[in-house]
Ligand binder design. Structure first.
Ligand code: ZN
Length: 289
């Protein structure tokens, strides 16, 4: 029977910890490498709802993208949510492992999964690592045939997993898009690079007002801003397939479940519809008291 340590070893092989950013924390967060494992739950975020799902499923291992403790931690008491999650997992003998920036850069990793999902072909990393040009942060490639930005945005919206955040689209909807850069999760830092690499559009998440606005003012690539969760989740089914295939190749039984719990902090998206009426030039018309 498989053990947690065997699955952790596969993860280490596919997503070497040495390829993670220096500030990152990746690997086995809690649990024993000798625990037998027949069922694994995959999720973007290590949150209590995911821990409860693992328990309900009878999973012996949870693999998340995000780390649980990224900075120095003095307390793991159940006074806070992270403490409750970790204590609950340990009590239930469920191991927790994560692959974060090492999964972002990998072949078949988070950035590649996002590029594949939205139909980008001939992709290469936006920031290749020195010793392997097929590994690195972000991906840039092209659409099989050029598309209006408005139409490409429809493709992205229908491909990303359903969530309340949706996508925001910046730029001329009639702009023709051929070259596309993608980076799952927070992509602010690659705005300029996407332009330098010749992208017509950049698909990412968590873009803030000033960087995005200034980027578009400068004529940079059109922007498609999804949610952090939705742009990273597409890696999970890819990882599930990898795990199941590897287990089968080794003659082992392993069931892998991809969590469909949307761990965005939001539960609803409403377009705002309040008035932007100019109260200076029309002082007598409907000015609020
Ligand atoms: Zn992330």
């Amino acid at each position: 029977m498989l053990e947690v340590g065997t699955v952790a070893g596969w993860m280490q092989e596919w997503y070497p910890p040495a390829t993670a950013e220096a500030w990152d924390r990746v690997g086995l967060i809690s649990g024993s490498r000798t625990t037998p494992v027949t069922r694994v739950l995959l999720a973007v975020d290590p949150v209590e709802a995911v821990g409860e799902q693992a328990r309900a499923l009878g999973a012996q291992m949870v693999i998340t993208h995000h780390p649980l403790y990224l900075r120095g931690t003095s307390f793991v008491s159940e006074d806070d949510a992270k403490g409750r999650l970790i204590a609950g997992l340990i009590r239930s003998n469920i191991a927790l492992l994560n692959a974060h920036t090492n999964a972002d850069v990998a072949r078949g990793g988070v950035a590649q999964a996002l590029a594949d999902l939205v139909g980008i072909v001939e992709t290469v990393p936006m920031v290749p690592v020195a010793d392997d040009p097929t590994v690195g942060l972000g991906r840039i490639g092209r659409l099989p045939s050029p598309m209006r930005l408005g139409d490409f945005a429809d493709v992205v919206a229908s491909a990303l997993p359903a969530g309340p955040n949706g996508i925001l689209v910046g730029g001329d909807p009639d702009r023709l898009v051929t070259s596309v850069a993608v980076s799952g999760g927070s992509g602010d830092s690659f705005l300029a690079l996407a332009g330098d690499l010749g992208a017509d559009a950049y698909v990412t998440a968590d873009l803030r007002h000033h960087p995005a606005s200034e980027h578009l003012e400068e004529g940079g690539p059109a922007l498609i801003c999804g949610s952090h969760w939705a742009t990273e989740w597409p890696w999970l089914p890819v990882l599930a397939r990898q795990l199941v295939d590897r287990a089968a190749a080794e003659g082992e039984q392993l069931e892998v479940v991809v969590s469909q719990i949307c761990t965005e902090p939001w539960f609803e998206h409403l377009a705002t519809t309040g008035s932007t009426q100019d109260l200076v030039t029309m002082p007598n018309e409907g000015a609020p008291a």
